[in-house]
Ligand binder design. Structure first.
Ligand SMILES: [Zn+2]
Length: 228
């Protein structure tokens, strides 16, 4: 098995949501657009399925690259406008475990939810049935309800971060903050540098300064190792 996560945003351009949602394909690609930078910063290996290939091609690509996990992104329908909340569909136990994490991560955002169950086994869906890797098909929320669409569109960045955090944790990596403010705060918290020189974020380090950071990081690592 490789260490590659196969990300498969819906290619269903004919599934149109309410309230100006547009298509499921468009929205799921926008979501994955916001997930992948988090994965890049954390050093997670992934492949994103081309938007215009079929799910059959996605499954065979995923199998050819021996992906470690196959994750499909969808928005739900068929709720008559009265359904909302995430649903993770899986085939195997490994898919179920990850689906559970995704659902927990989304609900922790305060996502409204009226599903009796947020997890379901489905052995019929092509991308669950035909992929060798453990797989999960996440229905992030319903695009045929106003509540679902509001969550999907207004809180996309938070959804993306929550999903990315699940992937990063499952991959054994550490989430790296996105903004310079967050990174600066982390560096201050860890004592890596202070801001007393008044220099801005884009100031370059000399080799000497970079070496000081390495020594400080080594100290942190040694303290952490010794405390275990
Ligand atoms: Zn779908």
């Amino acid at each position: 098995m490789s260490n590659i996560w196969y990300l498969s945003p819906s290619n269903q351009s004919a599934n149109i949501g309410v309230d100006g949602y547009g298509s499921e394909k468009e929205q799921m690609n926008l979501l994955v657009d916001e997930i992948t930078p988090h994965l890049d910063r954390a050093g997670v290996s992934f492949h994103r399925g081309d938007p215009d290939i079929t799910i059959q091609q996605r499954a065979s690509e995923s199998n050819d690259m021996d992906a470690c996990f196959h994750l499909a992104f969808h928005s739900n329908a068929g709720g008559n406008g009265n359904a909302w909340g995430p649903v993770a569909l899986y085939y195997s136990e490994a898919g179920k475990r990850f689906g559970q994490k995704l659902v927990e991560g989304l609900l922790a955002l305060g996502q409204q939810n009226n599903r009796a169950s947020n997890l379901g086994q489905n052995k019929g869906l092509y991308e669950l049935r035909k992929t060798k890797a453990p797989a999960c098909l996440l229905e992030v929320d319903f695009h045929d309800s106003a509540v679902g669409v509001a969550f999907l569109t207004k809180r996309r960045s938070e959804i993306a971060e929550a999903i990315a955090r699940c992937i990063i944790e499952a991959d054994g990596k550490v989430f790296v903050p996105a903004t310079s403010e967050e990174c600066t705060q982390l560096c201050l918290d860890w004592g890596l540098f202070d801001l007393s020189d008044g220099l801005g974020w884009n100031t370059s380090l000399t080799r000497r300064e970079a070496s000081v950071l390495v020594v400080r990081l080594k100290d942190l690592i040694v303290k952490e190792v010794n405390s275990q």
